[in-house]
Design a protein around this ligand. Structure first.
Ligand code: TEU
Ligand code: CA
Length: 553
């Protein structure tokens, strides 16, 4: 895929640790990915996004990098990496690498030097505040719980860590840091990598007065900060543009205004952004660790606003339900019962892929993978989940309440190994898998999906092909049509005289949906049910989780 047609591309996210293990150590690896290139080709995706495989103590599964320009031996060698890249390119599939540039592992050479003394050449690569051990520099909270400051005895200072204590934030104000970052990006671009996913890249510019936050956890003083656009423009000018690299920024707690600025092509910053607002409508009071039912009306409003807002602003969305940090969407916004799992998985797929933007498919989403059934807190490996379990108990929740919350919210829900077949360990490994395998692998697995033409897999295959066949899916303006209907999300995509209409029933009831204007449903392009839906003039009857895209007039 050359960058010129990236707006009609579909991108597949691989979490290597859980994708496919070729050497039997229970951990996915590069060789394991190579074995599955034919599978990726069959799905029809244009690019794979690989989450970090650089050397790391793995406290945060690779998002704690200790060497930016190498491959963690647990995944393989740089030579194997080069072969993987070559073999993907030979199949017309590009590669996007995850770059974690807001912070390094505290085991990174830079930090190991920096913490030794204030006049160490690497000291100012990180963010330090002088003080006594018992007096925190401010009240900012880590996103993984607790204070975002940790004390370093050797220099009598605190260092900042917005995430785990082993993930020290880099100081992007330091031009040496920016030069190091550009060298890292060029190292991978010189190997022929085609894209970068930039981890929490909107957090790199902090308010350097580091004020206390009296209304929140401090994020308003470092999110979409003052210099972030200048920093992004600098690395775009020196790396992304000269190398023709496709970029997507992961924007934690961002705003639409910021994402428009990040992705307006004339700003030369990024090509597209992930935002998470639509994945917080089941957070009570905005708190991930307070459960509530999904607010359907809010979900549709957010999806719609981000369509019309980004279109009006000339920005570009990355479209997604799932990634390695989110629970499985079919268990969260769909229905993972035997009766409705596949119908609702396809409905969610069409509801998202019908929108304007570049769709991302997270490994397992294409077979309708569900959250596993968790038996004990000891099964969880995710640092965020285990930290938050302890914090919830300390805050007074019972073990049962804290466990249930972790079961529903944990990032491990999407990190269970891919079930390739119903064989032992789901065909993922011949060893002991690093994380439990979802117990439903005997019925939900790739082999089974490939053998059945009405599986979720082939529905995604059709969606990916449709985006290439129907230019209106790429260019069409979004127009909401559901008048906040209690069950249905409906919208048009309009490009001149070309109209596509989407309707998706998010419930297990049969409902009738009526457009409020005189419309024609011409040709059914894709549906998740056998046979045509019942339509009458401007009405359609939608069966449980039925979703359809039509050519319209
Ligand atoms: O995630 C960022 C992150 O954890 C939050 O800002 C995110 O928006 C939130 O969890 C959504 O509910 C990235 C990586 O994807 C994640 O795996 C890493 O743990 C994290 O950064 C730190 O690098
Ligand atoms: Ca392995």
């Amino acid at each position: 895929m050359t960058k010129k047609n990236w707006r009609e591309a579909s991108i597949y996210q691989i979490y290597p640790k859980s994708f496919n293990d070729a050497n039997g150590d229970g951990i996915g690896d590069i060789q394991g990915i190579r074995e599955k290139i034919p599978y990726l080709k069959e799905l029809g995706i244009d690019m794979v996004w690989l989450t970090p495989m650089q050397p790391s103590p793995q406290k945060d599964n690779g998002y704690d990098v200790s060497d930016y320009c190498a491959i963690n031996p647990v995944y393989g060698t740089i030579e194997e990496f080069k072969v993987l890249l070559e073999e993907l390119h030979a199949e017309g599939i590009d590669m996007m690498l995850d770059m974690v540039l807001n912070h390094t592992s505290t085991e990174h050479h830079w930090f190991q030097e920096a913490k030794k003394s204030k006049d160490n050449p690497y000291h100012d690569y990180y963010i330090w505040r002088e003080g006594e051990p018992e007096t925190l520099p401010n009240n900012w909270q880590s996103k993984f719980g607790g204070s975002s400051w940790a004390y370093n005895d050797a220099t009598s200072e605190f260092y900042l860590h917005l995430f785990d204590v082993t993930q020290a934030d880099l100081d992007w104000r330091n031009p040496k840091v920016r030069e190091e970052i550009k060298a890292v990006l060029k190292f991978w671009a010189d190997l022929g990598v085609d894209g970068f996913r930039l981890d929490v890249i909107n957090l790199i510019s902090k308010d350097d007065t580091f004020p206390d936050d009296y209304v929140g956890d401090g994020r308003r003083f470092y999110t979409d900060g003052e210099h972030v656009h200048a920093y992004l423009n600098e690395i775009n000018t020196e790396v992304f543009t000269p190398y023709g690299i496709l970029t997507v920024g992961e924007m934690s707690s961002t705003s639409m205004e910021a994402c428009i600025q990040y992705t307006q092509p004339e700003n030369k910053e990024l090509d597209m952004t992930f935002n998470f607002h639509h994945l917080k409508v089941d957070y009570k009071d905005g708190d991930k660790w307070q459960l509530k039912d999904m607010d359907f009306s809010q979900l549709k409003t957010l999806l719609s606003d981000w369509q019309t807002g980004m279109q009006a602003g000339g920005g570009w969305n990355a479209l997604f339900w799932c990634n390695h940090d989110q629970p499985r969407i079919v268990s969260r916004y769909g229905n993972d019962s035997v009766e409705y799992r596949e119908k609702s998985a396809k409905m969610l797929a069409l509801a998202m892929h019908g929108l304007q933007g570049t769709p991302y498919i997270y490994q397992g989403e294409e077979i309708g993978a569900t959250n596993p059934k968790w038996r004990s807190i000891d099964e969880f490996m995710d640092v965020e989940s285990t930290n938050m379990f302890e914090i919830m108990i300390k805050e007074g929740r019972t073990e049962a309440e804290a466990f249930e919350t972790v079961c529903q919210r944990s990032r491990d829900n999407s990190r269970t190994p891919i079930p390739w077949s119903s064989a032992d360990n789901a065909g993922f490994t011949t060893g002991k898998p690093w994380l439990k395998i979802a117990e439903n692998y005997t019925t939900i697995n790739v082999t089974e999906a490939l053998e059945r033409k009405d599986s979720v897999f082939y529905f995604y295959q059709h969606l990916i092909a449709l985006r290439k066949a129907e230019k209106t899916l790429v260019n069409g303006l979004f127009k909401r049509q559901d008048q906040d209907d209690a069950a249905v999300f409906a919208y048009d995509r309009v490009d001149g005289k070309e109209v596509l209409r989407v309707a998706a029933n998010f419930t297990d009831e049969t409902v009738t949906f009526e457009w409020s204007e005189d419309i024609r449903l011409a040709e059914t392009l894709l549906t998740n049910y056998e046979g045509e839906a019942t339509t009458y003039q401007t009405k359609v009857q939608l069966r449980p989780y039925e979703s359809i895209i039509w050519k319209g007039e």
